[in-house]
Write a protein that binds this ligand. Structure first.
Ligand code: AMP
Length: 213
């Protein structure tokens, strides 16, 4: 289903007659004269590029952190990326969001798709019985967990996160979904850092990034 079709299919997603989707004021080109037509709505990748910001050396020296908070704070841009993520591997029974920024995106995506939302959390945060997966970080390891009863047998599951970097988090999440009885329909992220080759850790799993660096 095309993004426009998805948006118009759901009452809560119908765009206003004059969509306010645009670039930040500092980056939008002003029309030369008042007689000029307004510019066409920018493509989704352009919107994401414009509304995120790079924070050098955060959380540690050498890392350029992709801060999505300016994008989340702009209503039309936030809605556009939610619709874009929802329009990847539907239909699905569940949308799994990866703590913590993945939650912010995955929950509205689940709402749009009339699917359930499942949190994939860091170690020790989920109250009931869990499956755990360890994965390597640049220094040390991390663990993600999911409730054992989060999925029905054969549920198609869309995994959503903000950034695909080395792919370790997404790989561990896909393994958790399968161990809990789900079928990974695909992984959808806002931003892929392609120079880190995260897809190499995800053979056989469809991956869509709305914006690739
Ligand atoms: P990885 O396991 O290396 O693919 O890392 C993905 C996870 O770490 C995602 O949940 C991201 O939120 C976070 N992450 C990794 N690198 C960045 C980055 N440069 N900017 C923002 N978040 C990042």
């Amino acid at each position: 289903m095309a993004t426009d079709d998805l948006a118009s299919s759901h009452p809560a997603l119908r765009l206003p007659a004059t969509p306010a989707l645009g670039l930040p004021a500092t980056q939008a080109e002003q029309p030369a004269t008042q007689a000029e037509q307004p510019p066409a709505a920018p493509a989704l990748a352009e919107i994401i590029k414009a509304w995120i910001r790079d924070i050098p050396d955060y959380p540690q020296p050498g890392v350029v952190f992709k801060d999505i908070t300016p994008l989340l704070a702009d209503g039309p841009a936030f809605r556009a990326v939610v619709v874009g993520l929802a329009d990847t591997f539907s239909p699905v029974a569940k949308v799994a969001g990866i703590e913590a920024r993945g939650f912010i995106l995955a929950a509205p995506v689940a709402y749009v798709l009339d699917a359930g939302f499942v949190p994939v959390r860091k170690k020790g945060k989920l109250p009931a019985a869990t499956y755990s997966e360890d994965y390597a970080l640049e220094y040390g390891t991390a663990t993600v967990e999911v409730h054992r009863d989060a999925f029905g047998p054969g549920d198609r599951v869309l995994i959503v996160d903000d950034v695909l970097a080395t792919g370790g988090t997404a790989r561990a999440t896909a393994d958790l979904v399968r161990r809990a009885g789900g079928e990974v329909a695909g992984i959808a992220v806002l931003i892929e850092l392609s120079f880190l080759s995260g897809r190499d850790k995800l053979p056989g799993i469809p991956v869509t990034a709305l914006y690739t660096v």
